[in-house]
Each structure stands twice: as C-alpha cells, then as structure tokens.
Design a protein around this ligand. Structure first.
Ligand SMILES: [Zn+2]
Length: 255
C-alpha cells in the first residue's frame, strides 16, 4: 500500500523544499488540491521531486448536478481541462465530487443529470488515460440540499452505472454513519484510493489518526490483508496542524 499526502494539508503556499521534505518523510505521492491557485505549478514541482501525483479536482463554484445549463457547461469545461492537464503530466488519478441537488426534493431529477455528465467525463478521462475516482460526500442532514453521493447505496450505484473507481473518504463515511468494513466489502475492486483522517463522527475535522474518535482504527490492517495497493492519502486539516506535525505522524505510519 502506498502512502500519499493531500497538498490541501500543507496550505496554499508550498515550495519545492516542502515537497522534498514530504518525499524524505516516506510519502510516495501527493494529491494536488486543484483549488490552490498554484496547483498547476505544484503538479510540475511534484513531478520534478520524483513524487507520484494525483489531483482532487475542483468543486467550488462547480456542480455536476446543477439545473443551470451554463454552470453545467462550465463545470464540464473546467474538469475536462484539468483531466487533460493531468494526462500531460502523467498523473495517476483524479478525484471528483458529483455535486449537489439544489433541494432534497429535486434529487431524483438531479441524479439523471449527474449520471449524464459523469458519462461524459469518464469518456474524456479514459481517452486521456487518467483514472477518474468518485468520492463519497458528507450528507446534508438538514435535507436542505442533497449531496451526491451521500449514502453508500447511492454511491455504489453511481460507481457501477458510470463505471468509475472509488475514492473512499473515511471521515465522510463516519459522518454517513456507515461501517467501514461493510462499505469496503461493497466497494470490492472499485476501491482505488482512500482519504485518511480522523474526526468525532459529527464534523469533518480532518484530524490526524487517533486525535478524534479513532475512526481509522484497524483500517490499514484490513486493507493490507485484502491486498489493497492503491494510495492511502492523508488529508489533514492545515488550519490545525503544521507540516512537521503531519510528517511526524506519517513517518510513524506502518503500512
Ligand atoms: Zn473531496
């Protein structure tokens, strides 16, 4: 199993020295945070430092479930541009959010739109040779909006219908109140990447493993035993921890 770090964890002002330090700590790859304004530069720098790369595609201002055709067009345009850029840099994967329905009552209609647009992106990514991964999201427990996908059932159906790989966010899953091992069994071979952090099962705090309710306990052993080889991506709150604190924890991780 490979240990990766999400660059969101480091904050928006990253240098080549930071990336070299990350590599030295035993990190094999970095997931570039597309909404860092210098994301494109980080992609080049990470390559130069000999780190494998993937990307968390942008999702702010974008929505694959939108009813607004202009927003939909722009969303597909931005995501397609990044997928092509990732292919040019030989990045390994791109993680995607499937957007949200404006209102809970509209979720069935919005789901059709999500599927249609995911098919378009899957086609672009497969032609570009980039693996597209769909992430599970936090449910809006108020039911004001509806995030796709915020139940395991909805997520696994989207993965199968659109032929996508899965990026399992363990923190989101805890807030979904779903069991990690049951979910991993349902995902089977679709699991390609894991976003790894701890929380209190109520808020998506992105804590270091062990600093919350210990939701990651036993997970690495299970994944190892199942022969999971994909990246385990530390996605840690940059507003709470320094890079050194994160790397100290990463060095101690036994994968
Ligand atoms: Zn995400």
């Amino acid at each position: 199993m490979e240990l990766w770090l999400s660059l969101w964890s480091i904050g928006p002002n990253l240098t080549e020295t930071d990336l070299l330090k990350i590599k030295e700590a035993g990190v094999q790859g970095v997931e570039i945070w597309a909404e860092h304004l210098k994301a494109d530069e980080y992609l080049r720098l990470a390559n130069r430092c000999g780190l494998k790369t993937g990307m968390h595609l942008p999702f702010h201002d974008l929505n694959l479930a939108t009813f607004d055709p202009v927003v939909a067009e722009r969303t597909l345009e931005v995501l397609s541009e990044w997928i092509q850029r990732l292919a040019d840099h030989r990045a390994e994967h791109a993680v995607l959010h499937a957007g949200y329905a404006w209102a809970y009552e509209d979720r069935h209609e919005a789901l059709f739109k999500v599927k249609e647009r995911l098919h378009v992106l899957v086609d672009i990514a497969s032609k570009a040779g980039v693996q597209l991964l769909l992430e599970n999201l936090i449910p809006d427990k108020l039911n004001y909006t509806h995030n796709f996908a915020s139940t395991v059932k909805e997520w696994t159906e989207l993965l199968t219908d659109c032929n996508l790989g899965a990026c399992l966010d363990i923190g989101h899953l805890a807030i979904m109140e779903e069991d990690p091992i049951d979910t991993l069994k349902k995902l089977g071979d679709r699991l390609m990447s894991v976003h790894f952090s701890d929380n209190d099962r109520a808020a998506d705090l992105h804590l270091l493993p062990g600093d919350g309710s210990n939701i990651t306990a036993g997970l690495c052993d299970y994944l190892k035993a199942e022969g999971f080889t994909g990246p385990l991506v530390y996605e840690i709150n940059p507003y709470r921890y320094t890079m050194d604190e994160i790397l100290l924890n990463v060095r101690d991780a036994r994968l």
